[in-house]
Ligand binder design. Structure first.
Ligand SMILES: [Zn+2]
Length: 386
């Protein structure tokens, strides 16, 4: 029986996969899948966006030769040179850390960059960018057999250290690691059922990928605007959204769209008031965050275009969420902004999930939004004349 089962199993699995959509071999070859895999797997904690910037710059070059950088490392690609100035923004950095202190026993403490939940940190794989190259590491978790418990029987909170295999501080130094070195999470991209994709750093590599796909589509489409595609730096771990502020100063946009992750609330747990999006429900738009109350006319415009295009649109209010739109809106005398979202589960963790349909519809929506903007529409959105 055992032997027969193992003989049959591959066939059952194969037919199941086919029933759920195209076979993985087709999906693997898909340009967008490759792009998402490439973008999510590279390290890019705040202030160390080099690998992401290289991918962005290389891909942008296929669609324009006007590429520049702000003074912090954000990359700006321009299509068109007349008409309203539209800024599309996605941040290149992800949550990460920085080497803080190397202990005599070789364990390394970290300064965390970005809003991590404490419980997302132990028992994870990381990479430290040292002077001699990338060094793999793990945040140890106390062994279950000996983990100390408090009086209530709960496992005690564990202090976090990176373990590189080093036996002492000299080993760590020999690996080329010193205080201030960037640390990034490690997590491989994988395709799940129903065209859902698992990876780290959806926040905000999915925004970067949407931007590149919009750029591809608009490279051949006539519209009366000039578009500035910006991969920004240092959004996570700050309240200033640094690269967005400096890029907006260069671009001086008439309208800004921040491309971000939406926060679906469709796993068991948080109550219905915490957030309202679901995975697979289409693109989202933030109506309230701690950094932004979006321009009402721009919000109405997005709703109108989405309805015209038959693209489902979800809305979200997330108090604990801020993004680059908050910096763009304060440029000059003020800029109409809103944030368009690809819903992603578990954004600030090693294993997040997006839905391919949401991704594709978000690209469609952005293309339509830019296509339908013109000088008169932008003037109407910007006007506060009662
Ligand atoms: Zn983000």
């Amino acid at each position: 029986m055992r032997r027969m089962l193992s003989y049959l199993l591959p066939f059952c699995l194969a037919s199941q996969i086919h029933a759920q959509g195209p076979p993985p071999s087709t999906e693997d070859a898909d340009r967008v899948v490759q792009l998402l895999k490439e973008l999510t797997e590279v390290p890019g904690p705040p202030g160390y966006e080099e690998a992401v910037r290289k991918i962005m710059t290389d891909r942008m070059r296929a669609f324009t030769d006007k590429i520049s950088y702000d003074g912090l490392g954000s990359v700006i690609a321009q299509q068109g040179d007349a008409g309203p100035r539209i800024m599309l923004d996605a941040h290149m950095d992800e949550l990460g850390g920085m080497v803080r202190r190397i202990r005599p026993d070789g364990f390394i403490s970290m300064e965390m960059l970005g809003y991590w939940l404490d419980r997302a940190l132990p028992d994870q794989r990381w990479v430290i960018m040292g002077s001699k190259g990338a060094v793999p590491a793990v945040t140890d978790i106390w062994d279950a057999h000996i983990a100390p418990h408090d009086a209530q029987g709960q496992a005690q909170r564990q202090e976090l250290f990176l373990d590189t295999g080093a036996r002492n501080a000299a080993d760590v130094a020999a690996l080329g690691i010193s205080p201030g070195d960037p640390v990034a999470p490690v997590s491989d991209f994988a395709i799940l059922a129903n065209h859902r994709y698992l990876a780290k750093a959806w926040d905000d590599r999915v925004g970067c990928a949407v931007m590149l796909e919009v750029m591809r589509r608009l490279a051949k489409a006539a519209h009366p605007n000039q578009v500035f595609y910006v991969g920004t730096v240092q959004e996570e771990g700050s309240i200033e959204m640094r690269g967005a502020a400096t890029s907006a100063r260069i671009i001086n946009p008439d309208v800004g769209f921040s491309l971000e992750v939406g926060i679906p609330n469709d796993v068991p747990g948080p109550g219905p008031e915490a957030a309202q999006e679901v995975l697979g429900g289409g693109p989202g738009m933030m109506l309230y965050t701690f950094s932004e109350i979006p321009n009402r006319k721009l919000v109405a415009y997005v709703k109108r275009v989405a309805a015209d295009q038959h693209i489902p649109l979800q809305f979200d209010f997330v108090r604990g969420f801020g993004d680059d739109a908050g910096a763009i809106k304060l440029n000059g005398s003020g800029v109409p902004v809103t944030t368009v979202l690809v819903p992603a589960r578990s954004t600030h963790a090693h294993n997040g999930i997006i839905d391919r349909g949401d991704f594709d519809r978000t690209v469609d929506l952005l293309v339509a939004l830019i296509h339908n903007l013109d000088a008169a529409t932008v003037a109407a959105i910007k006007s506060f004349n009662p």
